[in-house]
Design a protein around this ligand. Structure first.
Ligand code: APR
Ligand code: ZN
Ligand code: ZN
Length: 367
């Protein structure tokens, strides 16, 4: 009987419960979770920024060991270590065939229902279904997920590090190395230096940027940004961050600017920090009702700016997870350093509080 953190309604604290788990059906696997990161998107379902069907087991940044394999699953066996991809990627649909697995039709549909690929969930309690966030539900010590959402990794990678790869690292590093077109020698600005933004910083350096300007409102986050390689820092609480970034870039703005928070104001600031002919990459997830206001002629057309959305770091997980773990082994990617706190599942509500208070880069739940 799995122990899980369940969100039973909008703005309700998570409750730690013993729930039931059905065996994997065809094309599914059961994963004994090793660790789960606590990501801002988990909080976003609790507080309604993102749509959720309650009750739901949150958590989508996880890694673990396969405990049971359903019928017709190829290439995965009991005992395999896996990273969970919260966009399962089928490899066969229109988008997967075009090399855009992050837009997989199978994964996108499941996201909307809160169930697995067929729309139903394997979690329940007293006969009532409990949904699972993004085909995952990593705030449960065991979960059944689609086999195409499990990416096999080497056994010697610590599971708490592997867990972070599943969302924040793929998203942040991927935004810089997949979504954006950073050129060697570029100046990049990263607005928001949380768990995801720190990964954009390290990804930008790997992609060849030589100057990385980090923007945040909290001194501890700006300090972390420096540890992850930022060359300049801008304190957004000390005055208009756009003016500060322009002052640092001979009034041009950055070659590539990333927004990694998801607020109307910071998205507009990020576009306005982008140079003529440059690229603004929107990574943070805004509330669904947010509308942008940008000067269409002077701000975008005349400036020949590109504005790109970034979902899941434009990742093809079967290729990108091994690539990122390779960079970790080579010492190019800092992953252990992302972990600010380690907790048990009982303390997950405090992890949400700490995230909102800006106390942590990442909290990791160890099972
Ligand atoms: N100006 C500058 N920085 C800000 C502002 C602001 N107005 N508001 C918040 N921040 C900073 C916070 O101080 C924090 O360091 O943005 C950072 C957000 O980080 P986290 O809360 O750790 O969020 P993270 O997990 O990194 O996710 C960021 O990406 O994947 C999405 O849903 C996720 O939208 C979220 C975003
Ligand atoms: Zn996430
Ligand atoms: Zn697909």
């Amino acid at each position: 009987m799995p122990k899980a953190a369940v969100c039973r309604g909008l703005n309700e604290a998570l409750t730690i419960e013993d729930i039931e788990l059905e065996a994997p059906r065809a094309g599914e696997v059961k994963v004994k979770m090793g660790a789960s990161g606590v990501c801002h998107s988990d909080l976003s379902i609790q507080n309604g920024t993102l749509f959720g069907s309650y009750p739901i087991v949150l958590g989508h940044e996880g890694a673990g060991v396969i405990e049971e394999v359903g019928e017709g699953v190829d290439g995965l066996a009991v005992g395999d270590h896996v990273v969970i991809s919260w966009v399962p990627q089928c490899g066969e649909c229109f988008f997967c065939q075009k090399g855009q697995g992050f837009l997989c039709e199978a994964g996108g549909l499941a996201m909307a229902t809160g169930g697995l690929l067929d729309g139903s969930t394997r979690f329940s309690k007293d006969g009532a279904p409990i949904m699972q966030m993004a085909c995952s539900g990593t705030f449960s010590d065991t979960a059944v997920i689609p086999a195409i959402g499990a990416v096999k990794i080497p056994d010697d990678i610590p599971l708490e590090v592997a867990a972070l790869v599943g969302c924040g690292v793929l998203t942040g590093v991927g935004a810089a190395t997949n979504t954006a077109s950073i050129q060697a020698g570029d100046t990049v600005v990263v607005v928001g230096c949380g768990g995801v933004g720190l990964n954009v910083i390290q990804g930008a350096l790997i992609a060849g940027a030589t100057r990385v300007i980090a923007v945040d409102m909290l001194a501890n986050k700006l300090e972390l940004a420096k540890q992850f390689g930022a060359t300049d820092i801008v304190d957004a609480s000390a005055g208009d961050p756009v003016a500060q970034v322009l002052a640092l870039t001979e009034n041009r703005g950055a070659d590539v600017a990333f927004e990694v928070i998801g607020l109307k104001q910071t998205i507009e600031q990020t576009v306005n920090m982008t140079r003529r002919g440059g690229e603004a990459v929107l990574v943070g997830v805004p509330k669904m009702e947010v509308m942008l206001e940008l000067p269409a002629f002077f701000g975008v057309v005349l400036m020949s700016k590109a504005i790109k959305g970034c979902w899941y770091g434009s990742s093809n997980v079967q290729e990108d997870v091994p690539k990122l773990l390779g960079w970790y082994r080579e010492g190019k990617l800092k992953l252990d350093e992302l972990i600010s706190r380690r907790i048990g599942i009982d303390d997950v509500n405090d992890a949400f509080r700490a995230m909102e208070a800006g106390e942590v880069a990442r909290t990791v739940i160890n099972y």
